[in-house]
Design a protein around this ligand. Sequence first.
Ligand code: CA
Length: 225
Amino acid sequence: MRILLVEDDPMIGAAVADGLRGAGYAVDWVQDGHAGSRALAADTPYALLVLDIGLPGRDGLSLLRELRGRGGSLPVLLMTARDAVSDRVGGLDAGADDYLVKPFDLDELLARARALLRRAAGRADPVLSHGRLRLDPAAHLAWLDDAQLTLSAREFALLHALLERPGAVLSRAQLEERLYGWNESVGSNAVEVHIHHLRRKLGDGAIRNVRGVGYTLGSDQPETS
Ligand code: CA
């Protein structure tokens, strides 16, 4: 899952970016309003926008209005100053989904992010499941039946992306875009390698290769190998 962070404060931005990455998200961080606008106008499949209001260039609320004005439904979590009730009201009315008041606890930011991602996916249950697979984004755990899986951060992110939309076929490029941020180098066969490792752990039938299109979760029940 890839998140766009727009925050000009270097300390807050670094802490939020590190926290999100530590939770397994790919993060693109920009530090002014114009860069935020350009990032939103690009075709990157962000799952969430974490947006500061006071920004150099142009402010967060104008970015938000621009996004909603062209029909963008990306979930938006605002970060606002403690005393600015008018910012929070204005932000929610401009189309933000939730807000955090600075200073905030990183755990709360992660929990609110998960709640927004859940809601955007139309789920109420925090645990994703498909067949014999279950994945808990908050605890960062996954299971095949009752056996807890040992997955690398990328394997977990890949499985998470597939479980978010169990019926969808995701191309290698789409998976790369969801798994890696701007500053991360992606090996040419990185996704294939992670898929290969996941299949070894989940069984060959767990992830199906749709030739020429991409990958999807198997409809059959995975066999452990
Ligand atoms: Ca700011």
